[in-house]
Design a protein around this ligand. Sequence first.
Ligand code: NCD
Ligand code: ZN
Length: 341
Amino acid sequence: MTDQITLRRPDDWHVHLRDGAMLQAVAGYTARQFGRAIIMPNLTPPITTAAAADSYRVRILGALPAGVDFTPLMTLYLTDDADPAVVEAGYRAGSWIAAKLYPARATTNSHFGVTDIAKIGGVLERMARIGMPLLVHGEVTDPQVDIFDREAAFIDDVLIPLRARLPELKIVFEHVTTEEAVAYVSESAPGIGATITPHHLVINRNALFAGGLRPHAYCLPVAKRERHRQALRRAATGGNERFFLGTDTAPHLVAAKEADCGCAGIFCAPAALEVYAGVFDEMGALDRLEAFASRNGPRFYGLPVNETRVTLRREPTAVAAELGGVRPFLAGETLPWRFVG
Ligand code: NCD
Ligand code: ZN
């Protein structure tokens, strides 16, 4: 039995670090485990200019504990009136490395998002031409579509036509939650990747209703049936380089979660690697954790892998009940793996 593993320092390809006091409270958890992270731009207001991205990067660096080596990789929030020239200029200047497509009203702070993908046709063509990745929150927003079907519908309604029109556009299908998304990404032509969160590998939709309503298990895309969780576990641990680590850590204050209309988002950063390691261990695939966590993402983005290493040890680790007013994923539980550093 393997009791200790050392891997290249992983990166987190999907993180919500927030701003202000919340940023100060949470940034250290991500920076402790990961070398780089793709920073989601869904602040209020969202990051739509190079100046906003540059100053947000400075605030993130200012929120890190002293001596931590961590690189935020910034992203642009796409709106209906995004300008191809601005998108390209910010990419060339290094203000962002990718752009995020939130269909309007799909999730937290997405009311500024894109109302119709046809409106950003020129931007997507430009991104395809310059090799700039598009990160998608892959859910349709039509209220007529059942919430558990919105990701699968997005494949048919948006992704398939988009990839047919712009096959060279690099796309990350973020936080996939369904068997359909796993199959689509696995079987498509190259140029598409997908991130998988720790929580979608651990919980299915029963967790939302276990003994009562469980707001801390609620995120978007919402957890699906058990067969989908099993498909995600096979995808993450199966060795296909299109799948890589993206926690979608999305902290909200406890009061905002435990409310009449509670916010979507799971704060999984404090024990993210421990949870992934536990899943890979259960799947008999610890030898594939490094590819998923540390190699596949950089390959997709065309970045070098990290040169430093981190170690995880089989040793019980308690997850705190609350950190800075936020409830972490699996709060109060004991995990079998420990992040040593
Ligand atoms: C995210 C958030 O809170 O910003 N919430 C979530 O449930 N994942 C938004 C998002 O990524 O959908
Ligand atoms: Zn997210």
